[in-house]
Design a protein around this ligand. Sequence first.
Ligand code: FAD
Ligand code: NAP
Length: 439
Amino acid sequence: MPISVAIVGSGPAGFYTADALSSSGDAVSIDFIERLPTPYGLIRGGVAPDHQTTKNVQKKYEKTALKEQVRFFGNVEVGRDVSLAELRSMYDAVVLAVGAPRDRALGIPGEDKKGVFGSADYVGWYNGHPDFRDLNPNLNVAAAVVIGVGNVAIDVARLLSRSADELAETDLPEYAERAILDSPVKDIWTCGRRGPIDAKFTNVELREMGKLSESVPLVKAEQLPDSVGELPERDKRLKERNLETLREFCARKLDEKPKRVHFEFYAAPVEILGGDRVEGVRFERTRVEGGRATGTGEFFDIPCGLVIAAIGYRSDRIEGVPFDDKQGIVPNNDGRVEDGLYAVGWIKRGPTGVISSNRPDGVTVAEHIHNDFAGGAKGSKPGRKALEKLLAERKARIVSFADWKKLEAAESEAGGGKRPRRKFTTVRDMLDYLDRNRN
Ligand code: FAD
Ligand code: NAP
């Protein structure tokens, strides 16, 4: 009997696991259980709409999805349509690949004011994720503050700064494109609580900020150190490149372009200001000692009507599994959680790393499964047949991979040639489309 494996979540970590398992030569039957009707996790719902080449990785994932032993159960949520305990009773191995979909809290007064968003929600909105398509952020503001200096902060600042021409070849939903283009925003502040050398953004992403047609990046020369200091060789090269780019930005002129992205370092947010709605952010100036930011007791305010906190993510607690609340992950030993239960990707490691960082997780867990089931020889649970029976009893509306291909073709057609696609942004619209196009 093949080893039956359920992979919960169809983002990069889930796909790298399926790829490693299905290439192992073992007799395995692999089922993706995905809460959305659409596959690919943050490739679809996180990666920026103006970075389409990054999304091309999904073509590789598709090859895995189309393998004989792989099945996609879209629109099936663990915790809603089937419990984890049920899955574990039906499958030899269950792999958690559910990512880290929630925003970390800032933990400062005023963060619940209107106009303050976390990047998970805000990025989900501009990417047409059904959970966030009704977020409706008010972009009718003169200034915005982005908290954090990682790559997500850069994505958010860049998308707010793009021109109509630059947005014309993206897959932004129409509502988000309209809101961005109608926005009178002129100043976008991207704020790091530590210094430029500690910033998490990578150089390609930083340099892109200097090439936008309607926006200029600005950096205060006095915030840049003379050198990056003592660092391991690889880090040193990367940080030196960032420092060089930031120096180039220092020479840019305030009035060069209609919009400005200000990089503000040594600025720790301490309070969101305003009444019901945000009117500004109060920061404490910091100094960095031993890599840690320490408040100097000097405070300053940046007036703004929109705040996006791009300060990282956390996973949801999954019923029936231990959860490390502090790190926001499922505790595991190199991907092993309990007998027959494994974790990969952001639910395993926490919310850092690029797409390819998830590949080793998948390879490792595939090896664990091989070793834990008699060298890949012995499965004993029914897997797919039992799941199909249970979901039929519950009248769950399963979206298959063939269904997804129909949705994908419709989105691509709606893109009209220039755009890669116009997305469906509600589950209802996706299911209605499939109902109208049964054959
Ligand atoms: P995810 O991609 O989040 O996939 C998790 C999947 O699980 C989702 O499909 C979700 O719907 C599903 N799921 C969740 N709960 C359940 C449930 N209960 N039942 C069933 N299914 C469930 N990396 C790059 O290399 N380049 C980039 O340009 C880039 N841009 C990024 C932009 C943003 C805004 C973010 C947040 C990250 C970005 N990354 C980028 C990082 C990259 O996206 C992650 O490393 C990667 O997506 C993590 O993979 P994952 O499979 O662990 O999680
Ligand atoms: P990140 O790289 O960890 O950056 C988070 C930022 O938030 C850091 O500057 C951090 O500062 C700051 N921060 C955290 N808590 C804070 C607080 N309470 N107050 C103020 N600032 C706070 O995370 P991310 O930007 O969410 O990205 C997640 C992962 O996805 C990263 O590995 C990233 O590289 C990847 N990604 C890649 C791309 C790409 O390749 N183009 C695009 C997007 C995302 P400290 O350093 O001081 O903690």
